[in-house]
Design a protein. Structure first.
Length: 252
């Protein structure tokens, strides 16, 4: 009986110790857990839900069609030119050259963690996009006769939406905690919405293609940041030497 009491007492003490450890751990890491839930789990769940709904239906979802037709009802010649020009900034004229310049800047400033973060996040988002398109094979909308050049690739998720959101989300992560973060978030949000509007106005994507692209890019950018921990805003000139970068890489 005494051995059973001792065993029970030891188990109780271990349970209390574990409880205190969990409480302390949660008090320290609750922000990371909340970010993981809101920034990774929920966006991915929404993207998966949309993908499942799309596989069950050949055309667009009911709200897809109504939104596209509402946007098309605003069509006019000057908006046609604006949409055709602006949509190029979602990839080749905007995101790609600015991302390349940012990568080069991180390289010459020896901000290795930020550089690694960009090199994983931006190409990774495009790889995810290509893979998803080939797996789901969703055709693009054909709700009206269009004079715009046809898009050869599949629709889901939108590559322009993913590229623009991955770019902006990366900038928000890199500037987090700095005075620039508010500006980046505000201007970046306007940029992302503008690119999305061009894809819907031109009739080359359903709204669900856009939403899914946004959700996947947000989840991907935040997930990579939790692993790489770029901390661009927290770096100071002393951390830019190779020696200090190597030390910080081993300590985190």
């Amino acid at each position: 009986m005494s051995s059973q009491r001792a065993l029970s007492s030891n188990f109780g003490k271990l349970l209390q110790t574990f409880g205190r450890f969990v409480q302390l751990w949660l008090s320290t890491h609750w922000r990371s857990l909340l970010l993981l839930f809101l920034g990774v789990f929920l966006p991915l769940q929404l993207a998966i839900l949309l993908a499942g709904q799309i596989q069950l239906q050949e055309g667009g979802l009911p709200w897809d069609v109504s939104i596209l037709l509402a946007i098309h009802s605003t069509a006019q010649a000057n908006l046609d030119s604006l949409a055709l020009t602006l949509t190029q900034f979602g990839t080749r004229w905007g995101v790609f050259p600015v991302s390349t310049a940012l990568v080069m800047a991180m390289f010459f400033l020896k901000r290795w963690r930020s550089l690694i973060y960009l090199l994983i996040t931006l190409p990774g988002a495009m790889l995810i996009n290509r893979t998803a398109k080939e797996l789901l094979h969703r055709v693009r909308p054909h709700l009206w006769d269009s004079t715009f050049p046809p898009e050869p690739e599949f629709a889901f998720p939108s590559g322009h939406a993913m590229a623009s959101m991955a770019f902006v989300a990366s900038l928000v992560v890199l500037t987090w905690g700095s005075r620039w973060c508010g500006w980046v978030t505000t201007l970046g949000s306007l940029f992302v919405v503008a690119i999305a509007w061009t894809r819907l106005y031109l009739g080359v994507h359903y709204p669900s293609d856009i939403v899914a692209g946004w959700m996947v890019s947000i989840a991907w950018a935040i997930a990579v940041s939790l692993v790489v921990k770029p901390h661009l805003a927290k770096l100071n000139p002393e951390t830019l030497s190779p020696e200090n970068n190597e030390v910080s890489a081993t300590q985190e």
